[in-house]
Design a protein around this ligand. Structure first.
Ligand code: SF4
Length: 383
């Protein structure tokens, strides 16, 4: 089992933190206008970007389809606004947003529906539809065709959404760059089985900064439809490390997702979470009831006894139950599963998830625990 070294700021006597390739920073909440500046300040992002205010900064959201972000598929435009406002306040003026929605979807329509047209107008930012761009091939065995504009960018900010995927299990930092290849190449990626080309794409097109939209993600599909409120933004520099961490958040191990392992093998980054510093800047709040938003969540929530649970904790448990359902073991759960601050200090007849439930017969510590830890725990003790 991976033991994440969770550190919460402020450290005693030291309330700043320099972002490093081995770090992952997390902030809980759903208000990017305060969360992004805090991440950037604590991570000393300006020092990392450097003093040249003329560099071309590219923002790559995930606008795979034309759906607003609360449906789980696309990057919350408030995150992009907060990034732009921060960078512009410090004089970085050469910023573009670039994307190519999936084959069959209209990027320009996605820009409009997802709120990016308004961003472009308000902040005088160009929206690049990479479906209109020309491209060139990089490397051989395999050669990867990548859109020119994406390769021109001096500093690429990759902003994926934390989502499960019906074929690759996870879609996050590494896979989000698939929106930087032409449609003909996207089709070819599928004929190549997705994993190899996704890893190699990241060898040639580098993410300088990854900011994961973990506010609303999706339980099962890249195109959304089963949104889960995970109430956090995650920042790091290594997309392989970020994806290894993200996999655990939705109930998988990095070994379940082949492109993560291939990316490590070819030198894109590291999967070694045991050497990573995982820094939480704050603590999640008791959240909204996410169990009633769609039929699947309602179904999974029947296994849960929640009382004042934080959204991050509840979201982890929902992802874990779905992974157990995928394995075919959900109906084997025969004990009550308790979660939430309402059980603090109480004796519980059943199984507890999260440190608040330490009064249960048996409980999983963590605050919040990852979905992967919950899967392993429930498979061991409750099934
Ligand atoms: S363990 Fe308790 S306080 Fe911690 S995230 Fe879960 S519900 Fe919240």
């Amino acid at each position: 089992m991976v033991s994440d070294k969770i550190t919460r700021l402020p450290f005693e006597g030291n309330d700043v933190y320099m972002i490093d390739r081995n770090n992952i920073m997390i902030i809980y909440g759903d208000n990017p206008s305060t969360m992004i500046p805090e991440l950037f300040e604590k991570g000393h992002i300006l020092e990392y970007i450097g003093g040249d205010k003329d560099i071309l900064i590219g923002i790559k959201p995930n606008l795979v389809v034309e759906k607003p972000s609360h449906l789980g598929a696309t990057t919350d435009p408030r995150i992009v606004i907060a990034i732009i406002e921060y960078l512009k306040a410090y004089g970085y003026h050469n910023i573009i947003i670039l994307e190519s929605s999936w084959v069959g979807a209209d990027t320009k329509k996605a820009y409009k529906v997802c709120g990016y047209e308004d961003i472009a107008n308000k902040y005088d930012i160009s929206l690049i539809d990479l479906k209109d761009d020309i491209y060139a091939g990089y490397g051989n065995n395999p050669t990867i065709n990548i859109c020119n504009k994406a390769m021109e960018v001096d500093f690429l900010i990759n902003i994926p959404v934390l989502k499960a995927h019906c074929q690759t299990k996870l879609t996050c930092a590494l896979k989000n760059l698939k929106g930087c290849v032409p449609d003909v190449e996207k089709r070819r990626f599928h004929t190549m089985g997705l994993h190899e080309p996704i890893a190699w794409l990241n060898k040639y097109l580098k993410s300088d900064l990854v900011i994961v939209d973990g506010i609303w993600g999706d339980l099962t599909f890249e195109e959304g439809g089963t949104p889960v409120f995970m109430n956090r933004i995650i920042m790091g520099r290594d997309p392989v490390l970020i994806d290894s961490y993200a996999a655990r958040l939705i109930g998988y191990s990095k070994d379940d997702i082949r492109y993560i392992c291939i990316a490590e093998e070819i030198g894109v980054g590291s999967t070694d979470l045991s050497r990573a510093d995982i820094i939480e800047l704050n603590h999640g709040e008791v959240g909204i009831d996410i169990g009633q938003r769609n039929a699947k969540l309602e179904y999974l929530s029947k296994y849960i006894n929640a009382k004042d649970a934080c959204s991050a904790c509840y979201g982890s448990l929902i992802h874990a139950l779905e992974r157990i359902r995928e394995k075919g073991f959900l109906d084997n759960i025969d004990k009550n599963v308790y979660i939430g601050q309402g059980y603090k200090g109480k004796d519980i007849e059943g199984i507890g998830i999260g440190s608040c439930t330490r009064g249960a017969n048996i409980y999983l510590k963590g605050c919040p625990p990852s979905a992967k830890d919950i899967v392993d725990f429930l498979m061991k003790y409750n099934i």
